[in-house]
Every structure is written in structure tokens, then in C-alpha cells.
Write a new protein. Structure first.
Length: 167
């Protein structure tokens, strides 16, 4: 059992001495790079995502928004111990009509190099009508503003666990 013990790291020496390999070190013919365009606001209605300038940028292979994935995209599954009550709080891989947190993906740009993908991502224009974010537990409990309106509540589930002799 490793609980409460240091776990020896095996990778540090090669990484610190320059002999490690990182994903960016692998070069393949036909390799493309993707950059995620993210929400700059914590809550709001996603009014429009204009990708025209990004699509016309040098080296761009494709630019995707939620509609491009609608036919097959599923909500992001929860890891470990998913309770049925949490199904109302799953999120799409790319925001559809609403953003719920700063950094939520709103578009994906694919280009022939990382630099070109980043440049094109900067050309995506995201129009978000700001909403009121829920930033404290007290606000979440008050449920005056719902983060997931379809759920009808902010508190996803409550459960209690007890193991062993607490004393």
C-alpha cells in the first residue's frame, strides 16, 4: 500500500537531463495542431461564434463549433462514482447555447502548425451576452441563478460516507 508513503519518481532524471521525450518532440508527416478557443466570461448566453476569419487564415485545416459535432457528440462523462443525480449536470465538449465557466471551450481550430493554429484561434470572434455567474456556495444554494437551468437546481447530489472508527 502506498498511502502515507513517498512514491519514488522514475522519470525525473531523464526529464531534467534533457533525455526525456515529450509529445511535442514527436514529428509525424501530416501532423496537425489543434487550439481550443475558450470563453472569457464565467456565465452567459453564447450569441454567436464567428469563425470566418479563422477559416481563411494561413495553414488552417478546419474550425469547429458545437454544431459541427451535434450529430455524434455526447456529454462529457463523469469519472469515478457517477451518480444518476449528476446526469443533469453533464456538459457538452464545446459550449452550445451557454457558457458556464471561464475557459469553457467554444471552438476548436486545427492548422498545420501550432503557431498558425494559435494565430487563427485569435481571429475567432466570440459574442457572449454576459450572465450572472454563481461564484459562492451560498449563491449556489440560493438557486436564484441556475448554472444548469435544465436541472432546475444547483446542488447536484448529497451523500454521506463513513468508514472506520472516526475517533
Amino acid at each position: 500500500m502506498h498511502v502515507g508513503r513517498s512514491i519514488p519518481r522514475r522519470e525525473d532524471h531523464r526529464l531534467l537531463t534533457g533525455r526525456g521525450r515529450f509529445v511535442d518532440d514527436f514529428k509525424c508527416t501530416g501532423l496537425h495542431h489543434a487550439v481550443v478557443v475558450r470563453s472569457s466570461v464565467a456565465a452567459g448566453r453564447l450569441a454567436h461564434v464567428d469563425t470566418r476569419a479563422a477559416r481563411d487564415a494561413e495553414g488552417v485545416i478546419a474550425v469547429f463549433v458545437a454544431a459541427d459535432f451535434a450529430a455524434f457528440a455526447r456529454a462529457i462523462p463523469l469519472r469515478g462514482g457517477a451518480l444518476p443525480e449528476l446526469a443533469d449536470f453533464l456538459q457538452p465538449p464545446i459550449a452550445i447555447d451557454q457558457v458556464r465557466y471561464v475557459g469553457e471551450p467554444v471552438a476548436l481550430v486545427v492548422a498545420t502548425s501550432r503557431a498558425l493554429a494559435e494565430d487563427a484561434a485569435d481571429r475567432v470572434v466570440v459574442d457572449i451576452e454576459p450572465g450572472e455567474p454563481v461564484v459562492t456556495f451560498a449563491d449556489a444554494r440560493a438557486e436564484r441563478v441556475l448554472v444548469h437551468a435544465g436541472a432546475g437546481r444547483n446542488i447536484a447530489a448529497r451523500w454521506h460516507a463513513r468508514r472506520g472508527d472516526v475517533a
